[in-house]
Design a protein around this ligand. Sequence first.
Ligand SMILES: *Cc1c(COP(=O)(O)O)cnc(C)c1O
Length: 395
Amino acid sequence: MWRVQLHKINYDEREYNAVKEVLDSGWLAISEKTQAFESSFSQFLGNDSKCLAVSNGTAALHMALLALGIGGKSSQTDEVITPALTFIADQNTVEFAGAKNVLADITSINDDWSIDPDDIEAKITPNTKAVMIVHYAGYACDIERISAICKKHNLFLIEDCAHTPGADYCLADGTRQPLGTFGDIAAFSFFANKNIAVGEGGMVVTRNTQLFEKLRLLRSHGMSAASFDRYKGRASSYDVAQPGLNYRINEISSALGLVQLSKLDEANEKRKKLVEYYCKRLDGVKDVLIPYKNFTRGKSNYHIMPILLSEKIDRAALMESMKNAGVQTSIHYPAIQNFSAYKNKVNSTPRAEYVCAHQLTLPLYPQMTIEEVDIVCDVLIGALANAPADAAPKG
Ligand SMILES: *Cc1c(COP(=O)(O)O)cnc(C)c1O
């Protein structure tokens, strides 16, 4: 149906074989593949990262808030500063933890869409307990400064790393450090359209031993022994040390994750070439702005290809006309302020709201060809040329 899809999974016989191996083993529940995935991911991140594979990225975020003791029965007032330009899982998990979202704006409309450290600092109150950031599209936010702000104000730092596998931050002294190793806890997502895609899956990461133990218990009912240990005869009973949930991953997802992790560098390198070609093709195109053109904070993993349309372009009509030409596009993200559940419940963030109203995401995936980038750009440029010149700005 599509000439160019927004995203395609990057699978080959390695994924098929990995799944077959799990099915042949007769054991689906969390055990050895998961342990292997976790230790490979720890090695991949380095910096003494301790990793727990979980059901999805939202579960990882929820566990992070619970492990840090944010919100809940004891407090109706805990505030978490969250990004205004992100997927709604950030705000939803803060709500479910029983805390209040305070949105921080992006740094600039024209280039740096990452959460603004100055706005974070401006939003801190005596009730602020944590800052949650997202590294949008795989571009590191100013995590060194944000870490310093959190330290200064005694706040927890949670990194939403759903976009980041393979991306890093370049420290002031020149060393590179993977995203997900700065905060108290980081949450990765391996949803079907992420750089590591397993269908549903996630990873919660910490460098703190005590937090790690809390997270481990939260993942599986607070139980001291897993069913695999009992199967292996390592335990016959169990204690429940604290209330917990079932946020476990399964062996099929972990086996897929191991393969996807081994392919990540090559896949991200392909994404980089495609993004560079997009930038070349769209350079100077009227009504199109590409963010992060002056990005120097680290290495991106090019999770998505976002652009900003000028105000006079009717985005919905443009998307429709690109769809009719066989090109699938998306929006990352609609403004939180416009969702029914959050209307009048969160503060306004003018820069992010502007970007949310005019942003467009173009197709990007590792096996995409240069010819396909050309199709997308030709269709986009054609649709822009045919767009009504003086259409009223719309959201
Ligand atoms: C995908 C995503 C999530 C949620 O991850 P799931 O695995 O789908 O639960 C959270 N935050 C951001 C920024 C995401 O892109």
